[in-house]
Write a protein that binds this ligand. Structure first.
Ligand SMILES: [Zn+2]
Length: 96
């Protein structure tokens, strides 16, 4: 059953940690598939972070994450490897 629309529900932006009203948040599905809603809990982004995200292509992201063994190596090692791999493939993250 859906919660009442009158209730103010808040969610936490996964990027910046801000609490935002559910209706003002953007759903984020790490699998990039927002249409298959079954048995899923979406994460959320505030509008500002959602806007920041959209500049970067993510077509190859899943492959990249698999290559880097995301989730099975320590986070700091993963982040270092991720930045190195992204720079290697796409150039630096600086605005061009
Ligand atoms: Zn945010």
């Amino acid at each position: 059953m859906w919660p009442s629309r009158n209730r103010t529900e808040t969610v936490t932006c996964l990027a910046c940690g801000d609490q935002v009203t559910r209706s003002k948040a953007r759903e984020y599905d790490k699998h990039g598939d927002r249409w298959d809603r079954e048995d899923k809990a979406f994460e959320h982004l505030c509008k500002e972070c959602h806007r920041d995200l959209c500049h970067h292509p993510r077509n190859e992201l899943e492959d990249l994450l698999v290559d880097l063994e995301a989730g099975s190596v320590p986070t700091d090692r993963f982040l270092a490897d991720y930045l190195a791999a992204v720079e290697d493939r796409y150039g630096t993250l600086e605005e061009q």
